[in-house]
Ligand binder design. Structure first.
Ligand code: AMP
Ligand code: FES
Ligand code: ZN
Length: 340
């Protein structure tokens, strides 16, 4: 097989484009897709202070690599979730990358900062492990960006992630979540702008990029993933993709092009400051503070018993969870959603 751009021997085939590339041309095309997403959705300005949420996986490390190469002022943010060996190795590769690239890495440890880790949250709280994990990430990303004076938070969600989330939301006709599934969430009332520059690139492509660039990344899945609904939707999308290459991209990119405007209502929930931590929320206390209080068995306000901070208002949690976690997971029972 020959490279589509330069006719040299190809090293990677991209079936949905019906094309193959040599190493240099693949890296060029990959960067071009990231630049295109940034331009099309006005994700980043050249003088923005950018905070890249880096998990130690292929997607976020590949993205940080591209953004540094493109000349953005991009610092990394690693959140220690306390998931045993898995978190230890994730921190190690992220630090290694930052060292090699002479880049700045901000680190937050959930347990040291907030008194609980994700395995404990799964055991003690009433929410599924993945739901608390998603909620914690969203909360800490925003807070770290505000505290550090960053203009924008960047995450490594790829096309597979976005297509699976859209499929899950569509199967349940979660119209408000569907409307919010944009690659750019603008800043408003204490919420920092959030962008997803990899949304045009598949998981296979980000893995190939990381491999060809020699990036050391954590290959293993999170050990708490069993029962994660999003994985089942990914499998379903992959089954369709294997016989009809391009379906995933048509589904998600077609949604952005033609579907999203149909779901946008222009209605926005009003945001106020959480009475405990001051971060933006739709209720008296933010979903993170309520989850934390429940996990630690603390009261949020006089007169509240620990049980009063259970997810009495699932709607608020749904509003405050980003699209990283399917809203369906909020309602999952712990047994079905396999918290340890
Ligand atoms: P996930 O929710 O694990 O699919 O990750 C989605 C995105 O969230 C990743 O591409 C990263 O940008 C970010 N992310 C996930 N886990 C972490 C972490 N522990 N620290 C920093 N960023 C993370
Ligand atoms: Fe790790 Fe859900 S907590 S995948
Ligand atoms: Zn709060």
């Amino acid at each position: 097989m020959k490279c589509r751009r330069c006719k040299a021997p190809a090293v990677i085939e991209v079936r949905r484009h019906n094309a193959a590339y040599c190493k240099g041309c693949f890296l060029h095309v990959f960067r071009g897709q990231v630049e295109r997403a940034i331009r099309q959705w006005r994700m980043l300005d050249t003088d923005d202070r950018v905070l890249v949420a880096v998990s130690g996986g292929k997607d976020s490390l590949a993205l940080w690599d591209v953004l540094l190469d493109l000349g953005y002022r991009a610092d990394g943010l690693y959140l220690g979730l306390g998931i045993g060996e898995y978190s230890g190795r994730s921190a190690e590769v992220t630090r290694g990358f930052a060292r090699d690239r002479d880049a700045r890495l901000v680190e937050v440890d959930l347990s040291a900062e907030y008194g609980f880790d994700i395995p404990t949250a799964g055991r003690r709280g009433s929410r599924s492990t993945c739901a608390v994990c998603g909620l914690s990430k969203r909360y800490v990303f925003n807070k770290a960006a505000l505290d550090g004076g960053y203009d924008v938070v960047v995450t490594g969600h790829n096309l597979d992630d976005e297509a699976a989330t859209l499929l899950g939301n569509t199967l349940r006709w979660q119209t408000e979540s569907i409307a919010r599934q944009s690659p750019v969430l603008p800043s408003r009332d204490g919420l920092v702008k959030k962008v997803k520059p990899l949304h045009r690139l598949s998981e296979l492509e980000t893995a190939a990029y990381a491999f060809l660039r020699g990036i050391d990344y954590v290959v293993e899945e999170c050990p708490l993933v069993a029962g994660n609904t999003q994985l089942r939707y990914k499998d379903a999308m992959n089954a369709i993709e294997s016989t009809s290459p391009g379906t995933k991209a048509q589904f998600f990119l077609g949604y952005l092009d033609r579907g999203m405007p149909l779901f946008t209502t222009g209605r926005e929930v009003e945001l106020v400051a959480c009475e405990r931590c001051g971060q933006s929320t739709t209720g008296r206390f933010c979903a993170f503070c309520r989850a934390q209080a429940q996990i630690l068995g603390r009261q949020l306000a006089t007169g509240d018993g620990p049980n009063d901070v259970a997810p009495s208002d699932d709607r608020q949690v749904a509003d405050e969870l980003s699209d990283e976690v399917l809203p369906a997971e909020i309602y999952a029972t712990r047994g079905a959603d396999a918290g340890p």
